[in-house]
Design a protein around this ligand. Structure first.
Ligand code: SER
Length: 314
């Protein structure tokens, strides 16, 4: 199987590439990104190309040239960045998705496009948020995610395109940094504490959001795509989570291991409003039942691993 990852230079892509290579073979994974510097970095570990996913002709050429069977469409502006330029967020997030779906239809590819907890909003039940529930987000990012879920389901039911995806919560990782998300604080804090001994949180101390550690997120990306489709009742998109915590709980867990760490709060009103509209905790039982989702990382072992990995890195 030949796999194309578009938007490969971001937080998920840079770690998904080696994960895919280990499962499907080094030469079968093509990393594509718009930015030349990302492509150069990815080039050190994989076959990589510069690609603007909004340009359907070059996107098509890549699919033809590399005989692509599966697309991971990771192109997206995240929630906080999206609010700075909503029209641009819509154009990029939906444009890349529509091109991915059209080309998947044309060349019979399967497609994975992450959805997010951002697809939920104020009127969604916030505790143990069900798989099928009210979805009226109030960010452009969330509007794109709900639209993306519907469009992906539509391409499956109308054209038989094999679309599958998950609603990612915040993803914590020690490779490439996330950029412009509301959950980014849970990554930033590790770098700031280890480099400066101090972190100022933009998110209020008692705001709960779901999170995943990257190794579990990578398994979600491949396990769902490789599962027996006859077991799938849902397709786009499955709730997945491994932990739910507030900034205070995360900072307490870090302080247990780094006793001198200092935490402050300077609330960012945009991020505050977004985080308040998102679930406190997701019910991911459909993912568990339909394709065997079973995350391994929790708050305690994640914090140990992050501190260890980032200490080495810096
Ligand atoms: N991590 C994303 C964000 O905060 C949520 O999907 O925007």
């Amino acid at each position: 199987m030949n796999i194309l990852v578009v938007g490969a230079g971001g937080q998920i892509g840079t770690e998904l590439i080696p994960h895919l290579q280990s499962l499907y073979g080094e030469d079968n994974v093509i990393a594509a990104d718009l930015k030349k510097e990302s492509v150069d970095k990815l080039g050190a570990i994989s076959r990589s190309i510069t690609l603007d996913a909004l340009d359907i002709n070059s996107y098509r050429d890549a699919i033809v040239n590399y005989k692509i069977d599966r697309i991971y469409n990771l192109v997206a502006l995240l929630s906080a960045t999206g609010e700075k330029n909503p029209k641009l967020a819509w154009d990029i997030n939906m444009g890349a998705l529509l091109n991915s779906l059209e080309l998947a239809k044309e060349f019979n590819c399967s497609v994975f496009t992450p959805s997010s907890i951002g697809a939920f909003g104020h009127s969604t039940p916030h505790d143990n948020t069900p798989q099928d529930t009210i979805m009226r987000p109030n960010t452009i990012y969330g509007v794109c995610k709900v639209s993306g879920e519907l469009l992906s389901d539509y391409y499956y039911s109308r054209f038989g395109v094999d679309t599958r995806s998950v609603r990612f919560p915040g993803i914590i990782s020690n490779g490439a940094l996330p950029g412009g998300g509301t959950t980014d604080y849970a990554v930033e804090v590790f770098y700031e504490i280890l480099q400066k001994g101090e972190y100022t949180s933009p998110i209020p101390e008692n705001t709960y959001m779901d999170m995943l550690y990257m190794p579990d997120a990578l398994i979600a990306c491949t396990k769902l795509m490789d599962c027996d489709p006859s077991k799938l009742i849902h397709r786009n998109s499955f709730n997945v989570t491994a932990m739910s915590f507030s900034p205070k709980e995360l900072f307490d867990a870090i302080k247990k291991r780094v006793p001198n760490a200092i935490f402050k709060y300077e609330i960012d009103p945009v991020k505050e409003a977004i985080s308040a509209s998102w679930p406190n905790s997701l019910d991911d039982s459909c993912a568990r039942e339909e394709w065997g989702w079973n995350p391994k990382w929790n708050l305690e072992n994640m914090v140990d691993d992050m501190l260890n990995a980032i200490s080495k890195k810096i």
